[in-house]
Design a protein around this ligand. Structure first.
Ligand SMILES: Cc1cc2nc3c(=O)[nH]c(=O)nc-3n(C[C@H](O)[C@H](O)[C@H](O)COP(=O)(O)OP(=O)(O)OC[C@H]3O[C@@H](n4cnc5c(N)ncnc54)[C@H](O)[C@@H]3O)c2cc1C
Length: 337
């Protein structure tokens, strides 16, 4: 049986208290949100913090607000609320769709949107027990020197595996980060780094307090497809988010194609989106965009699907999503709220 290491547990009741505690304990502390990722990782001895600062008693972080400009989700809003709350479903159905595809209903009840945005990168050689990792002499991301996926490489290739993030990036979401000394708002697309170890720009002492999702423009259609072995529980082996904005004549004004679970950060295939803009999208345009997405994706061998298969599925999912989003009748059935 895998047991937890010992730690002190603190549950502040306000954000200022939480950031004060973070400043005080520094890297001896970890933030605990729903714990669905952190607790198993602690059992695997990937993290052994002396102190856990729980956000569970801070009501301000568990609110969903809506105004004309968009929706604000507190960092502690559960994934199940993102998946089913009428405000989210009504305004950004594609975000609800992605949240519904995370893990299982029980994990969705416990896991939070903040935890999803800050989810650790994953890899076959890293997300294992201490004994398993020790038996292969560890990997670069924890206790070792080399990356087991690309031993001659100079960085860690663990992948970004959070289902809501490609969607939030395509929706131009921003996040608010608060520390004892300052507060900053950053575009989510600029928050991530394509490095499995230093995969985001969260600074020491910073707490994620909220994510803002702007109201999509008129004519927006979005869809998210996820590759996984089982239709529940499994993390994405690939996620494809497509957001199109079409005018009244069905001409594409904007197109965003963002891939998840391929690199250490979400990856926007800008060339594929640009290939669609200004056009009344035809089957030929769809093939072109799908091919560009396929070419851009370079998955490595660190999941339980072969990289060549994940790469091919980028083309398949991009094509299928674009066909559905540009066919209004199938859009109404499968994507509308
Ligand atoms: C069996 C299983 C299957 C899963 N399947 C999926 C899946 O299909 N798709 C998917 O996206 N995820 C999946 N997950 C991962 C996880 O359940 C979700 O990503 C969830 O949203 C994480 O949220 P949490 O609140 O539990 O995060 P935690 O585990 O509490 O935290 C995750 C990390 O974020 C940090 N953190 C959390 N909140 C904050 C904050 N506000 N400020 C600063 N730091 C913070 C923590 O310190 C920790 O490092 C799965 C997990 C399990 C166990």
């Amino acid at each position: 049986m895998l047991t937890l290491p010992e730690f002190d547990f603190i549950a502040p009741q306000t954000v200022p208290e939480a950031v004060e505690l973070l400043a005080k304990h520094g890297d001896r502390a970890k933030i605990l949100a729903g714990g669905t990722d952190l607790i198993p990782s602690m059992k695997n001895r990937l993290f052994e913090p002396d102190v856990l600062i729980s956000l569970g008693k801070i009501p301000d972080l568990n609110r969903i607000k809506e105004d004309d400009s968009g929706i604000t989700l507190g960092a502690m809003v559960p994934i199940s609320e993102v998946a089913h709350h009428p405000i989210v479903v009504g305004q950004v159905a594609v975000l609800a769709e992605a949240a519904q595809k995370i893990a299982t209903p029980l994990l969705q009840n416990k896991g939070t949107i903040g935890g999803n945005i800050l989810l650790d990168t994953r890899c076959f050689y890293y997300n294992q027990s201490y004994f398993w990792r020790k038996a292969i002499n560890n990997c670069m991301k924890k206790d070792g020197d080399i990356c087991r996926v690309a031993p001659s490489g100079h960085r860690c290739y663990a992948i970004s595996s959070c289902d809501t993030v490609p969607v939030l990036v395509a929706l131009n979401a921003t996040i608010k980060l608060v520390s004892e000394k300052k507060e900053r708002v950053i575009d989510l697309k600029d928050f991530y780094v394509n490095d499995g170890m230093a995969f985001n720009k969260l600074q020491p002492g910073e707490l994620l307090t909220e994510v803002f999702v702007p109201r999509p423009p008129k004519g927006f259609r979005g869809g998210y497809m996820k590759l996984r072995r089982r239709q529940a529980i499994d993390y994405p082996m690939l996620g494809v988010m497509i957001g199109l904005t079409l005018d009244d004549q069905e001409v594409c004004k904007d197109a965003r194609i963002v891939l998840g679970a391929i690199f250490s950060s979400p990856f926007e295939v800008e060339a594929a989106g640009e290939a669609l803009i200004g056009k009344k999208i035809t089957e030929k345009d769809i093939e072109k965009a799908a091919e560009l997405a396929y070419e851009a994706a370079k998955p490595l061998d660190l999941t339980n699907f072969r990289p060549a298969y994940r790469k091919r599925m980028v083309r398949v999912f991009t094509r299928r999503l674009l066909q559905k989003l540009t066919n209004p009748s199938s859009y109404a059935e499968e994507f509308a709220a």
